[in-house]
Design a protein around this ligand. Structure first.
Ligand SMILES: NC(=O)c1ccc[n+]([C@@H]2O[C@H](COP(=O)([O-])OP(=O)(O)OC[C@H]3O[C@@H](n4cnc5c(N)ncnc54)[C@H](OP(=O)(O)O)[C@@H]3O)[C@@H](O)[C@H]2O)c1
Length: 314
């Protein structure tokens, strides 16, 4: 496993992190049935292979993914795991979710996260989604205060455009930006990546496997009835066939290098910029191991050039 510094003056994170959305289990944005034992095995396998951070959020299964990580923390030892979690999507007693980055709401959320994660500090605390009803001065200001108090070590944002990102950066340095980036969804390369480079902000690529499409084993039949992906345009026609044709072409390139499609997809993200980290979701130990192994791959300049042409032609 290779490691990179998380933005300017940040901790040293493995270039691949473990995503835990699917570990949240069954809920409105769940991925169908998920066995907790498989989730825990995925976490332990990932850490054995040198991954040193997990990305989670309270909303993943209404606290379920965070609670699982809390269990893993007691096994792995708090000092051996960096935890990235988020705030901004609180829910009420009937589990109705809203967006809020109000300082009082953030305070309430972090207490819940710390309890579930069985820790007294969070390594990377992130705004999950922008809240148009709260000024950045208040919402980002609250993360700055949490950092000053020692409850969080680093602070970052997710799903912010360049304008919002730079408004935060003006108030206090942003350690990381989490955004969607995969061989299929490459919009972040246009403005966000250059802005991150310029300001020394780490770019954490989420859904780098395009939620499982960019792998060797995906078939639409494997989606459970209540898997959120059934509702996603990428998993429905006409996009689905286009993506599957791309995967066929990627498979040829991957095989010529003894890689899987997932490994090629992760390696591409890591090699297009030293700012980048990939958060790869995994539902079992085999997936976690395969994804972690992508870190030891190096694509040549020529391979990267060919991939650019292939992706742009799609
Ligand atoms: N900040 C945000 O707003 C935000 C949004 C989305 C995600 N995230 C974070 O980013 C993480 C990663 O994104 P993601 O989970 O959406 O998608 P992803 O990493 O692109 O794909 C993960 C899914 O792909 C399949 N998979 C993983 N490794 C595989 C392998 N080696 N071979 C075959 N299939 C494999 C698994 O699902 P199946 O086996 O069921 O196909 C897995 O759940 C999330 O878990 C979360 O922590 C953050």
């Amino acid at each position: 496993m290779r490691y990179r510094q998380l933005g300017k003056h940040g901790a040293i994170f493995s270039e691949i992190g473990l995503g835990t959305w699917a570990m949240g289990g069954q809920w409105a944005w769940g991925w169908g049935p998920q066995d907790d034992a498989d989730s825990l095995r995925a976490i332990y396998a990932a850490f054995k292979k040198g991954i040193n951070w997990v990305d989670t959020a309270p909303i993943y299964g209404f606290g379920h993914a965070e609670s699982l990580i809390g269990r893993a923390v007691t096994q792995l030892g708090r000092e051996n795991i960096y935890i990235a979690t988020k705030c901004g999507l609180p829910w009420d007693d009937s589990r109705k979710v809203r967006r809020s980055l109000r300082p009082d709401s953030i305070r309430k959320e972090i207490e819940g996260s710390l309890r579930r994660l069985r820790t007294d500090y969070i390594d990377l605390y992130q705004h999950h989604w922008p809240d148009p009803n709260t000024s950045v001065l208040d919402s980002w200001g609250e993360l700055v205060r949490l950092k000053q108090e020692g409850k969080v070590r680093h602070i970052g944002v997710c799903n912010y455009d360049v304008r919002l990102l730079l408004r935060c950066q003006k108030i206090a340095p942003v350690q990381s930006l989490q955004t969607q980036l995969s061989m299929i969804r490459r919009e972040a390369l246009e403005e966000l990546l250059p802005a991150c480079r310029e300001h020394g902000i780490a770019l954490l690529a989420y859904s780098p496997l395009q939620n499982g499409l960019l792998t060797d084993t995906f078939t639409p039949e494997k989606l459970a009835e209540d898997d959120w992906r059934r509702k996603d345009d990428n998993f429905n026609e006409p996009a689905l066939s286009r993506h599957r044709r791309l995967v066929e072409k990627l498979r040829l390139i991957a095989r010529s290098r003894n890689l899987t499609v997932a490994q090629l997809a992760l390696s591409w993200i890591l090699q297009i910029s030293p700012q980048n980290f990939a958060i790869a979701g995994a539902r079992n130990a085999a997936q976690a191991l395969e994804n972690a192994a992508a870190s030891s791959t190096a694509l040549t300049e020529e391979e990267l050039r060919q991939l650019t042409i292939l992706l742009q032609s799609g």
